[in-house]
Design a protein around this ligand. Structure first.
Ligand SMILES: Cc1ncc(COP(=O)(O)O)c(C=O)c1O
Length: 404
């Protein structure tokens, strides 16, 4: 069986992890701090805080901004549950909006969904394809939208408008108009989960890029404390001479990254562009070349002038089929020993959200994208021969099921 997305592991990663294990310090410490600095240099954002997952990072930032009961947060209907669940954790209301044919949130739908209760917009770079951040950033600055905004907390008053909190769980390394994902909008959150392009097994990072007069060093310190129970010192600082005394300035969370996780990230990031991204791009191109010649194949967009994906997942769509036929094709592909997937079942179709009153009929593009979509494997160790095996399995399966 060709697996869907095993992590890349090699001796370099193992050596770095072992070095940490023997170092006498395995939780948040020097390697996490080094990884944060490296991420800041890589993405070009003003500051970076490593956390235990993207979910933790997204929730941390919603809470930092003071999102709570009575507030609304705009989320695409087409995303993983984490994006919406964190809004529910904060007690706010999720406002789903439809997406475009490129799978990303529709700017027009965002505009139509903004109310005086809207506090945050959470665009998601699906499969690594950056959203149109210039348009989203311009939207929250429109005078009519700013007039609607009713700030309640210090942070909301300082920003004076809707916050853009980008869910970049898929898109580290993606680029937009000469800039990397990480410094394209107010706040961006990466995921380093095991199936992601850049993994630390579990992990994430918050990239800060807020406008003046926000002070990034001060916000970093505040978030650092918030991610560690509101402690004024982390565990390492407490072990230094005379450093045992600390204070709790708020009832914070336990969202910190460990140095074991950061060790993997340090190795992965040091070779990310030239190695991991380059390989993934080659795989995407090979899929497009092999499948693009079939009239039933709808090839995903992943490169445009001024815009590049991080090549996270290859979202193939089959033209003019139903969800039922798509499911049959997937069964056939699995029978041919190839693991594929679907990214994603739109959240309004999930039991919790459906029973909360959301209706998939309100998100026709999300449903259309989902019903015809098959995610193909993309990972560092997927060889050209394996890509060709996947292509053959897809072509043969489509033929078996549809006769074309
Ligand atoms: C779009 C999206 N957002 C957020 C997350 C959550 O990431 P994590 O597992 O690091 O919390 C994921 C994870 O798969 C995701 O796909």
């Amino acid at each position: 069986m060709i697996p869907f997305s095993p992590p890349r592991m090699d001796q370099k990663i193992i050596d770095e992890v072992v070095d940490t294990l023997w170092s006498g310090w395995i939780t948040t410490g020097p390697k996490t701090k080094r990884f944060e600095k490296m991420l800041t240099a890589y993405g070009g954002q003003r500051a970076t805080l490593c956390v235990s997952s993207a979910s933790a990072g997204l929730e941390l930032m919603l809470r930092w901004f003071g999102v709570g009961p009575g507030d609304e947060v705009i989320v695409p209907a087409y995303t993983y549950s984490a994006t919406a669940n964190v809004v529910i954790h904060c007690g706010a209301r999720v406002v789903f909006v439809d997406v475009g044919p490129d799978f990303n949130i529709s700017i027009e739908s965002i505009y139509r969904s903004i109310t005086e209760r809207t506090k945050v917009i959470m665009p998601v770079d699906i499969a690594g394809w950056p959203c149109d951040y210039d348009e989203i950033n311009a939207l929250v600055l429109r005078p009519d939208i700013i007039r609607l905004f009713s700030p309640a907390t210090k942070e909301q008053k300082t920003l004076g408008r809707i916050l853009v909190l980008a869910d970049a769980a898929h898109s580290i390394g993606g680029t937009y108009k000469g800039k990397k994902v990480g410094n394209l909008t107010d706040i961006t959150v990466y995921s380093f989960h095991a199936v992601k392009n850049l993994t630390t097994a579990e992990g994430g990072a918050v990239c800060l890029n807020l406008p003046l007069p926000f002070d990034h060093e001060q916000i970093y310190r505040e978030l650092n404390a918030k991610s560690l129970h509101g402690q004024t010192k982390d565990a390492l600082a407490k072990t230094q001479i005379g450093g045992w005394r600390y204070d709790i300035i708020e009832p914070g969370y336990k969202f910190n990254m460990t140095d074991i996780q950061a060790s993997i990230g340090l190795v992965e990031l040091s070779r990310y562009d030239g190695d991991m991204l380059a390989r993934r791009k080659t795989i995407f191109n090979r899929y497009s070349k092999g499948l693009g010649k079939f009239s039933w194949a709808q090839i995903p967009v992943y490169l445009q002038p001024g815009k590049s994906s991080s090549f996270h997942v290859y979202l193939l769509r089959i033209k003019d089929i139903t969800e039922f036929v798509r499911d049959q094709i997937i069964q056939e592909i699995f029978r041919r020993e190839v693991a594929v997937n679907v990214h994603f079942v739109p959240l309004p179709m999930m039991t919790f959200y459906r029973e909360s009153g959301y209706d998939i009929h309100d998100y026709p593009v999300a449903y259309d994208n989902y019903s015809r979509e098959i995610s193909l494997p993309v990972y560092y160790d997927l060889t050209d021969a394996m890509v060709d095996t996947v292509i053959k399995a897809v072509v043969d399966s489509v033929k078996t099921v549809t006769g074309i």
